[in-house]
Design a binder for this molecule. Structure first.
Ligand code: FPP
Length: 223
């Protein structure tokens, strides 16, 4: 969801207003996916690298996330959207953790669309945490080294139970044609779409254009 601050600057607004607009577009995008019968959506909302941003910006983004997890949950319940957060939670403060856990619990029975929000997430960090957990289980004789397969390793990742990613959309223009630590294990065979639009400009029409591209691509998974 790149381009929030650039959109704000382009429109003479503050970075905060860019993130506010980005959050509105995000809930709309969840609803477009639910309406189109898409089963899984993972959004990169805050990376491990984003911790380096200014305290003012961090406070605003986390305030916005808390607002989302409290005020938008009724819209998620109406549409049958289940919310889950992936990433390293140990740096979140108590209030953030509590609203996240509450949103996860309240939407746990929703079955139309599963939304993963990547927060404090970095793909290398996820793989490192998974490797540590797995090594711990080997040391405790819960699993033997010979039994470790790709499927077993996947079960140690934050995305356990979520299939590999079919399609990645990144907004923010031509300068951003990379995945920036987003789900590196899960995207090895993903199709990629880079949109020229800044995230707050992302629309239903652009979403349709991206999906049209996706269905036009032959997917062979190396076969
Ligand atoms: C990248 O744009 C986006 C972020 C660091 C945060 C994204 C957060 C939101 C869109 C709002 C909250 C999300 C939810 C799930 C409610 P940027 O800030 O790096 O902007 P730039 O690419 O123009 O620098």
């Amino acid at each position: 969801m790149d381009g929030n601050r650039r959109w704000a600057e382009k429109n003479g607004l503050s970075p905060r207003q860019g993130h506010d607009k980005g959050a509105d577009v995000f809930i709309n995008a969840c609803e477009w996916c639910a309406d189109d019968k898409i089963k899984y959506l993972t959004a990169y909302a805050f990376s491990t690298e984003n911790w380096k941003r200014s305290q003012i910006e961090l406070t605003h983004i986390f305030g916005l996330l808390e607002k989302f997890f409290t005020e938008k949950i009724s819209r998620c319940l109406e549409k049958g959207i289940r919310i889950r957060v992936i990433g390293e939670r140990t740096r979140f403060d108590k209030k953030t953790l509590s609203v996240i856990e509450d949103a996860e619990a309240r939407t746990a029975r929703c079955g139309n669309l599963r939304v993963q929000i990547a927060l404090g997430y970095g793909g290398r960090d996820e793989i490192t945490r998974a490797a540590k957990k797995l090594a711990g289980d080997v040391v405790q004789n819960k699993i033997s080294v010979d039994d470790i397969t790709e499927d077993v390793f996947s079960d140690y990742l934050d995305t356990v139970g979520i299939p590999d990613v079919d399609f990645v959309i990144r907004t923010g223009g031509f300068d951003n044609r990379r995945l920036s630590n987003f789900l590196p294990w899960q995207t090895v065979y993903s199709e990629l779409y880079f949109s020229d639009l800044l995230w707050p400009e992302f629309s239903r029409a652009e979403f349709k254009k991206a999906l049209d591209y996706y269905v036009s691509v032959p997917r062979k998974h190396g076969k």
